[in-house]
Design a protein around this ligand. Structure first.
Ligand SMILES: *[C@@H]1O[C@H](CO)[C@@H](O)[C@H](O)[C@H]1NC(C)=O
Ligand SMILES: *[C@@H]1O[C@H](CO)[C@@H](O)[C@H](O)[C@H]1NC(C)=O
Ligand SMILES: *[C@@H]1O[C@H](CO)[C@@H](O)[C@H](O)[C@H]1NC(C)=O
Ligand SMILES: *[C@@H]1O[C@H](CO)[C@@H](O)[C@H](O)[C@H]1NC(C)=O
Ligand SMILES: *[C@@H]1O[C@H](CO)[C@@H](O)[C@H](O)[C@H]1NC(C)=O
Ligand SMILES: *[C@@H]1O[C@H](CO)[C@@H](O)[C@H](O)[C@H]1NC(C)=O
Ligand SMILES: *[C@@H]1O[C@H](CO)[C@@H](O)[C@H](O)[C@H]1NC(C)=O
Ligand SMILES: *[C@@H]1O[C@H](CO)[C@@H](O)[C@H](O)[C@H]1NC(C)=O
Ligand SMILES: *[C@@H]1O[C@H](CO)[C@@H](O)[C@H](O)[C@H]1NC(C)=O
Ligand SMILES: *[C@@H]1O[C@H](CO)[C@@H](O)[C@H](O)[C@H]1NC(C)=O
Ligand SMILES: *[C@@H]1O[C@H](CO)[C@@H](O)[C@H](O)[C@H]1NC(C)=O
Ligand SMILES: *[C@@H]1O[C@H](CO)[C@@H](O)[C@H](O)[C@H]1NC(C)=O
Length: 801
């Protein structure tokens, strides 16, 4: 019954073949081309026996595969075949692979050892136990599992030259169809010693003389299980195991029963290291059949099995859809190849782990990767663990379930790191959302978010640290980390004495003294001139002073002296008067129009000069304290001596003190700017001025525990952030670079200003003083006059009585 339906199907399907370029399995038996290369065998007899064996074997297990055996490798086209089975040397295998690739043929290859595996298809190198190491590296490289461009191979001298040579070759030759990117390769041998102490000594000696800078940081260590711990220990001690280095240990001998257990090596792993192990997990007791026929049988059985499954699914599909639909939805050649290869691989893998003698089962290697990053942060101690990252068997090569170096590829692997912070705008800003949750922002959180993206970690913020008792230990961002100080914005000066403002005190003094000197000089020249005459107003020095004073105020004397000498003097005086007066009135206008500000304290020297008027200080625990202590300049010592350090809780109080002009607050310039901005936003006024002096650069840092291994990585990322301009972007976003207060001041100055009475108050005050003075003098004169009269009477009296 079944037979009939299948024939019926076949008949129908033959007629609709045209739809798909390659016939369905339902309509045509699979066809297999077998190429057996003579030179692959030592002698002709062996070759012949293999050929006939293959033929018999295949026809024995299945009649559904049409087999063609070719004795020559030069075949033009395999287009009509479903499967190609080749038993050839490595070069020939790859030639065939390249020739049939476009034909989408299922390529099954059996080849010699140390042959790079075909990326598509199944290729089985015939490997003798003990010689598999080089093949493992070929496979690793074909799978792109190790992208090293330099490698340092370390091994002890118990390994024979041949093994090491072949491994070296596997690592360093160019592979077919692959880009070659190995730049340098170096080989280091350390002496094997029987005593533990000597062994360690040799290892240490070798590693100590190692030039990491020149040779790179990728290490391939080929060792036996009893040496691996020693190498790990020495490398750790010499600080060579860092997040930017990679150590791949190949442990060649079987991991013995219970005596050695790879898990015990985790104690030698340090935080941030990249360590992976490839170890021989072969069961020593399994019988090892590794001959060619065995592999061919295994392969053809797997193939037959795969074809059967494939045919079954096609029949299933055919029964459910119409002919036309079937032609459209059935797998094309490429899809079918992929499917059949998948089935073959699954079968081979199952066979390998099934009980019972199957070829190549004798070899089994495992890959283990150390998970070390971030353990320190999560648990209190560094407790690394190993994960299985894959396995290797001769028939299928590698089966990687994870990358060999998980941290190199995936960074922190998405772990959650704890971060402690405190409110320190604009670096770290802690704010509340409407729902009452804490929100973290600020420049450092921008950086951390970016780092988290790059290094694949998330973070949760621990209960915020409320103070600054944290010491900064490393340099990283160098945005704007200088210290400045903040003082109250200078108020407008009282305008009472505005009229004196155009001239400095010295000018006024000069003016006064020149009047006082000019008076007597004029009098003397006038008096002792040869044609001296008595002129009203110039009779005495006193009068001359008044004369000169009057001239200064452009009132002029009533009379000119007669002599030319005195006239010249007065003429010159008038000239001086003109210049002085013009200057005075000009600047007076300017002073009336522009507000006259108090001089602000913008430099440290100014601050120190004002030490009697105000005090200064900085937040407790600030790095500044240390800096000032160690500063060379005397002024910094004075500054520290008089500084009043405050605690974080007193901040609001301190700001009020600053506003009142009694205190200068010293902190990071950017912090002060931020403070000014927030104050401006709340009060709408500008109450502070920021010093122009920036003293001392403080390195700002994110604090990570001491000897944190990731400093280099993080610094490299930060460097990249700087170079890409990201850092600048964040800095400008978070810190207003322009000082808004200075803008306001500038605007204020430009605004027109009306002169009012208050501006003139001073001169009225002088007028009042003048009036009061003259009344006083009047009284004095009366008194004087009375005394004179009384005196005169007294003198005359004796004559009268
Ligand atoms: C496949 O080959 C066998 C044996 O030669 C034959 O009986 C069968 O009809 C063939 N099947 C197809 C679909 O050609
Ligand atoms: C073919 O199969 C039979 C029975 O399954 C077996 O006896 C015989 O040895 C096989 N021949 C070959 C060449 O494998
Ligand atoms: C792996 O272990 C097996 C069994 O002990 C051994 O035969 C084989 O030589 C080992 N492989 C290497 C590369 O040493
Ligand atoms: C391995 O362990 C088995 C029992 O678990 C023991 O009989 C055998 O001697 C051990 N072999 C070695 C090499 O330790
Ligand atoms: C280790 O020994 C125990 C018994 O002592 C045994 O059950 C276990 O299978 C052994 N492990 C290995 C890897 O041989
Ligand atoms: C290796 O040792 C660890 C403890 O050190 C143990 O948990 C683990 O089961 C051991 N593995 C084997 C294969 O014996
Ligand atoms: C493997 O087994 C052989 C004998 O079966 C034995 O001589 C050899 O020492 C074993 N090797 C290991 C590493 O256990
Ligand atoms: C690879 O290994 C994983 C886990 O051991 C297994 O589930 C999977 O089937 C393996 N794949 C192949 C192709 O062997
Ligand atoms: C982050 O780590 C997880 C866990 O290993 C991984 O699945 C993911 O791909 C990683 N992300 C990146 C971007 O590497
Ligand atoms: C500062 O923080 C530390 C740790 O959080 C704490 O022990 C200390 O008491 C705090 N000091 C002040 C003054 O808040
Ligand atoms: C700190 O910065 C200086 C100069 O930028 C650099 O030479 C030094 O290596 C840096 N230190 C660290 C720990 O990154
Ligand atoms: C001052 O000069 C006038 C002439 O203008 C004269 O009358 C008068 O007596 C003089 N007074 C004195 C104190 O010399």
């Amino acid at each position: 019954m079944d037979m009939i339906s299948v024939f019926f199907l076949v008949w129908i399907l033959n007629s609709v073949d045209a739809f798909n370029d390659f016939p369905s399995l339902v309509s045509n038996n699979a066809s297999m081309a077998i190429i057996i290369e003579k030179s692959f065998f030592d002698n002709k007899a062996e070759y012949r026996s293999v050929v006939s064996n293959i033929y018999n074997f295949i026809s024995n297990i299945t009649s559904d595969i049409e087999v063609h055996v070719f004795h020559d490798t030069k075949i033009d086209s395999f287009q009509d075949y479903t499967v190609l089975l080749s038993v050839t040397t490595c070069d020939q295998t790859w030639n065939l692979y390249n020739a049939v690739r476009k034909d989408e043929i299922i390529h099954l290859a059996i080849t010699e050892q140390d042959c790079p595996r075909l990326p598509e298809g199944v290729s089985i190198p015939l490997i003798l136990p003990g010689k598999e190491l080089s093949q493992i590296f070929f496979d690793i490289r074909m799978a792109d599992a190790l992208l090293w461009n330099n490698v340092n191979i370390l091994h002890d001298d118990t390994f024979d030259r041949d093994t090491i040579n072949r491994v070296t070759k596997a690592i360093s030759i160019a592979l077919p169809n692959k880009k070659f990117n190995l730049v340098s390769r170096s080989l280091f041998v350390f002496k094997h010693a029987d005593s533990e102490r000597n062994k360690r000594y040799y290892i240490k000696e070798m590693l100590e003389s190692f030039h990491v800078d020149q040779l790179g940081k990728c290490f391939l260590v080929i060792v036996t299980i009893d040496t691996v711990a020693d190498v790990m220990e020495a490398a750790k001690m010499l600080n060579m195991v860092q997040p930017d280095s990679q150590w791949l240990y190949v442990i060649t001998d079987i991991v013995k029963n219970n005596s050695t257990n790879i898990t015990s090596l985790i104690d030698l792993l340090s935080e941030g290291s990249n360590v992976a192990f490839i170890y021989n997990a072969t069961d020593n007791n399994t019988y090892c059949n590794n001959n060619l026929i065995c592999h061919i049988q295994e392969l053809t059985m797997a193939l037959n099995n795969a074809l059967k499954i494939s045919l079954m699914t096609e029949i299933e599909l055919y029964n459910h859809v119409s002919n036309e639909e079937f032609e459209i939805v059935r797998l094309n050649k490429r899809e079918r190849r992929r499917e059949i290869l998948k089935f073959i691989r699954t079968k081979l893998a199952q066979d390998n782990f099934a009980t019972g003698g199957i070829c190549g089962k004798c070899l089994f290697w495992r890959f283990a990767s150390a998970i070390t990053w971030g353990n320190f942060f999560i648990r209190d101690k560094s407790t690394a663990h190993l994960i299985d990252s894959g396995s290797w068997i001769p028939t299928l090569g590698m089966n990687l379930t994870d990358v060999i170096f998980p941290h190199v590829v995936h960074g922190f692997r998405g772990i959650n790191l704890p971060i402690a912070t405190y409110h320190n705008p604009p670096w770290q800003i802690i704010s509340m959302t409407n729902s009452g949750e804490k929100e973290y922002g600020g420049l450092l959180f921008d950086v951390v978010k970016y780092l988290g993206n790059k290094l694949n970690f998330t973070y949760s913020v621990l209960s915020p640290v409320s103070n600054r008792t944290i010491k900064f230990t490393q340099n990283e961002t160098q945005a704007d980390m200088t210290y400045s100080f903040l003082t109250a914005k200078p108020g407008q000066l009282s305008r009472a004495l505005l009229f004196t403002a155009p001239f400095a005190k010295e000018t006024w003094a000069c003016l006064a003294s020149s009047i006082i000197i000019m008076g007597p000089s004029l009098y003397l020249i006038h008096k002792y001139g040869p044609t001296s005459t008595k002129t009203s107003g110039l009779n005495s020095s006193w009068q001359c002073i008044w004369y000169v004073y009057g001239a200064l105020l452009q009132q002029g004397g009533m009379y000119l002296p007669y002599s030319d000498s005195a006239r010249l003097l007065i003429g010159i005086w008038w000239l001086i008067v003109m210049v002085v007066v013009a200057t005075y009135s000009g600047s007076l206008v300017a002073f009336l129009t522009f507000p006259n500000m108090d001089s602000s304290i913008l430099t440290i020297d100014a601050l120190l000069a004002n030490k009697n008027r105000l005090t200064w200080g900085f937040p407790n625990g600030s790095y500044l304290e240390e800096y000032l202590k160690n500063a060379e300049e005397e002024k910094y010592h004075i500054m520290l001596k008089r500084a009043k350090i405050y605690n974080a809780t007193q901040e609001a109080e301190v700001i009020e003190k600053v506003k009142a002009g009694k205190y200068a607050l010293i902190d990071w310039r950017s912090t002060l700017r931020f403070l000014m901005r927030t104050d401006m936003l709340t009060t709408g006024r500008c109450s502070f001025s920021l010093s122009t002096d920036e003293f001392m650069d403080e390195p700002i840092a994110m604090i990570i525990n001491q000897d944190n291994p990731y400093i280099k990585i993080i610094n490299a990322e930060l460097h990249r952030m700087h170079e890409s301009g990201l850092m600048n972007k964040w800095v400008t976003e978070q810190i207003p670079m322009k000082d808004k207060c200075s803008d306001i001041l500038a605007n204020q100055a430009v605004n027109e200003r009306k002169v009012n009475v208050a501006d003139m108050q001073g001169i009225f005050f002088v007028l009042f003083m003048g009036v009061a003075g003259s009344i006083f003098l009047l009284c004095c004169e009366f008194y004087w006059h009375k005394r004179q009269v009384a005196k005169r009477r007294k003198l005359i009296q004796p004559f009268l009585s």
